[in-house]
Design a protein around this ligand. Sequence first.
Ligand code: GLA
Length: 391
Amino acid sequence: MLDTGTLRARFQQHYGIPPSVIVRAPGRVNLIGEHTDYNDGFVFPVAIDRATYVAARLRHDQLVRVASSDLNEEDTFAIDQIERSNRPWHNYIRGVALALRVAGHPLLGADLLIASDVPRGAGLSSSAALEVAVGYAFQVLNNLNMLGEELALLAQGAENNFVGVQCGIMDQLIAVLGRADHALLIDCRDLSYRAVPLPPSVAVVICDSHIPRTLAASAYNQRRQECDMAVQLLRRWYPGIRALRDVSEDHLAAHSDALPEPIRSRARHVVRENRRTLQGAEALERGDVVTFGRLMNESHASLRDDYQVSLPDIDILVETAHHLAGCYGSRLTGAGFGGCTVSLVERNEVESFSRDLLRVYHNATGRTATIYVCRASDGVGRATDNAGPQE
Ligand code: GLA
């Protein structure tokens, strides 16, 4: 957790006045339900205890000034004339401000200072955390009346339309809705959700492979197109389907010959992953971690073989984890092509699990991974050590 006292002092140093509020929005790790959100399906993520913080103060003009707490990045723009910048970091913030205004929320200018302990580019949704934290800071400063789901949709819209990444809704939703000690089963069609408690004896262990995710964006967009193609082809028999969410395993089996590869495999992953996600949430609700772990392992095999978003070094992490004592299940998490794995591990085995996983991975690949044992935390809100009275 970042120290809000330090953040407040930096804000004062930089802008010559203290912030009126500090907010935080968490990164996420998805336990199961991968590449299902943009198919109107089910996901089961956890908000992690690493977050992006925004210290903020309203200005009484149209200017927005933004600085990162290490002052490596700075930006200034006029709130009534927002243009795209050639720096992605700027666009997350500008895009959210523009999305709020386009949705009809009047905004005044603001001074913002941003800090984060969500690793960037590791597949733990540092961008969604940034978008949601900035959106929430504007919401608080301008006293906007907005539901959490609306904030998530605006943040996703900013990423889709302004930053230009065609992500689904999972990351922004969990950054808003996350609940301490729970995972959320989210229906990405109607955005309804159910919080499922995580068993206290089990730890969520994230392992960052440190493989650069260079292919991720192009492969992601390609997978989305392949899913759309599967829906178009299957409509010949099932004209009512809107997304792969509406396709059952029986539907697929009946017409699999009509789907060329790799469309058939992509569709099979999504349809089965939706089933696994629902079964997994039910298993955890019964406290059945063994079944949940088995479903995680199946999810990984499907991401590797059918969806083809894993990499050999990620498979080494996952297969090593499968054989270590105390591990119920392990899989690639997030979009893939690098990034992180997530494992559910018996709490008293976490130390030896982490040590052995890092050692085997290093010996096999020459890479040094990083482990985060994460605690499920709450979604966006004011940072607990608050910055004092509001304007
Ligand atoms: C990325 C996207 C999400 C989701 C996952 C894959 O994290 O931002 O919307 O599609 O990949 O499950």
